[in-house]
Ligand binder design. Structure first.
Ligand SMILES: [Zn+2]
Length: 97
């Protein structure tokens, strides 16, 4: 998934971006490639962006194909997955007594 190719599906794009952000950038800003400041960056994701502007630009570039409808569909899918896990856990706990 992180072989450099950008996935085409909206959920895959969100997952890919999350993976890239989680991996970090080895001390360089993902957006402008400058070295990250030695003191804490003012960006929310301070381990991968040097400034809030770089952070905003990178994330909006990477998610520019994704609509609010896509976001709602992805959230509904995640919600369904979490609910199914909760059902499985409570069934497991009930059978373990
Ligand atoms: Zn930057």
């Amino acid at each position: 998934m992180t072989d450099g190719r950008i996935p085409t599906g909206s959920a895959s794009q969100v997952t890919h971006l999350g993976s890239v952000l989680a991996q970090g950038s080895e001390g360089q800003c993902l957006s402008c490639s400058q070295l990250l400041p030695t003191d804490t960056s003012p960006a929310i994701l301070s381990r991968v962006f040097c400034s809030p502007g770089c952070e905003r630009a990178y994330i909006s570039d990477n998610l520019n194909n994704i609509s609010l409808k896509d976001c709602n569909r992805i959230l509904a899918r995640i919600d369904a997955l979490l609910q199914s896990v909760q059902v499985q856990r409570s069934a497991k706990n009930d059978s373990g007594r």
